[in-house]
Design a protein around this ligand. Sequence first.
Ligand code: ATP
Ligand code: MG
Length: 591
Amino acid sequence: MSTTPDAPERGKDFIRTIIERDNETGAYGGRVHTRFPPEPNGYLHIGHAKSICLNFGIALDYQGRCNLRFDDTNPVKEDVEYVESIKEDVRWLGFEWDANFYASDYFEKLYLIAELFIKMGKAYVDHQSAEEIRANRGTLKEPGTDSPYRGRTMEENLALFRAMRKGDLPDGACVLRARIDMASPNVVLRDPTLYRIKHASHHRTGDAWCIYPMYDFTHGLSDAIEGITHSICTLEFENNRPLYDWCVDTLMQGLGMPELFGENAAAYQELAALPGFKQRPRQYEFARLNLTGTVLSKRKLIQLVQEGYVSGWDDPRMPTICGLRRRGCTPAALRDFCDRIGVAKADSTVEHALLEHCIRQDLNDRAPRYLGVMDPVKLIIENYPEDGLDEFTMPLHPEDESMGTRVVPFARELWIERADFMEEAPKKYFRLAPGREVRLRFAYYVTCTGFTRGDDGRITEVRATFDPETRGGWSKDGRKIKGTLHWVSAAHALTAEVRNYGPLFTCDNPNAVAEGGSFTDHVNPDSLEVLTGCLVEPAMAHMAPGTNFQFERTGYYCADSRDHVPGQRLVFNRTATLRDTWAKIQQKTEG
Ligand code: ATP
Ligand code: MG
């Protein structure tokens, strides 16, 4: 994975330090095998990008492997739509998995493992209701209470579990629980649920199953089945690590008890031969990414979509990977961002401005430049011939000749920005005002001679004269010009729709809500500004959807991947603004 040239040298994070130590001691025979395990119940967000960069990046750094594993144990919330989007997003970020698995690939194995746990006396079927189980779990200070079903015989448990699988029991009738320790100081270990009954169709296994394994049981065992060495997850799973270990360790113990295998001996022997059950994978927790000004939880993101606050998962205001992509963020910028935020053990919140900084850094190097007027006002060059025409060949990038050039027509009637003219301008206003001279980018110097105001008080037209000696935008006599304006020829300009995005929330931490409130109370009603009358240079006519570019002096933009149709309808999303020094000076002078 590459970093942009100015990115600080990445220090080794604590996980890489552990991996290098393991490699030195030969803990996994030098193997490094990670996985990225999304649940296909939503689109990926920028927090997932951090996890992807970490897991795939480690595999690249240590010539290891990284699997993409869909953690699809909850059929009700999961969907193939999400599976496809996740694959697309991982690839777009620049990574390719060594293998693609689904937790559902292991349903048969997991079922047999659960049977073995029962035979070992390590699991039992509990008929308590969910509320009873919760109430009997105890508290941090008080131990839990044993379930009245905890002492069932192995035979009874096995028969009941098989009945669960057969579909003889309705949802919620009972669950399979691990028999660990109802007095454990770690509440997670107080006989956690391993299986629940759910008569629901699964997006991959259809109606083959009506019982589904729980996350904690599934995760560690799936890791071990795949031979994962370092299983990296976010901090909230720290308390679950002992359970992760318990599941794998208990199975390793059971695989050493062939007298329990019965008719499934072959399947158990197959498991026993896997490297993951010789050397247990280990879970490591890192701090999840939090970003100012947004929410990073699939549940909340789904709510924004479903309640219509945004146009969809890929709305350019969304912190989803597809939203960032549609907005114009590049994979390189996102990887650079993940590099810079690093990997730590303590929670923190990253400034949104850092993401924007990474985006600007990347686009500054690679985005071609174009001229586009957002809020146009006419500029008439009085001394330019009525039927005159100049065709200026302009570089697409000021510092990168290899990007080539485009031709920009210039004629007597132009469009310039309304904000680039002022009738009575302060000294530091380096744009057009009566009597003042400016440069029209790559064209000519022009001096303002007058203007017309409409009945409503708005300026309808600005007039100027040009100096033919300044062709190309520079003067032979060396006279200094402070302001350069962008422009387009009125006869040649194309109409475009420009969508400017502001923050989706009005505060830095929309997750913080008052009693009875919702994070949606913080949604910014003015986060989208649509400009339909923008006028842009003709070279943009056939720009492909998804193209990044810069409107000179205005910002970085991207041709919209949904609504932009080359040659027919131009729709541009603002990716990021440029720094506006005028606004700063204005603030200073006003303040
Ligand atoms: P969410 O809380 O947004 O629903 P999740 O953790 O339920 O996310 P998963 O699909 O289970 O989503 O996540 C896949 C992987 O991405 C997990 O390893 C998870 O730890 C990691 N991940 C999720 N959110 C973040 C985040 N904000 N920062 C870093 N890693 C994350
Ligand atoms: Mg999750």
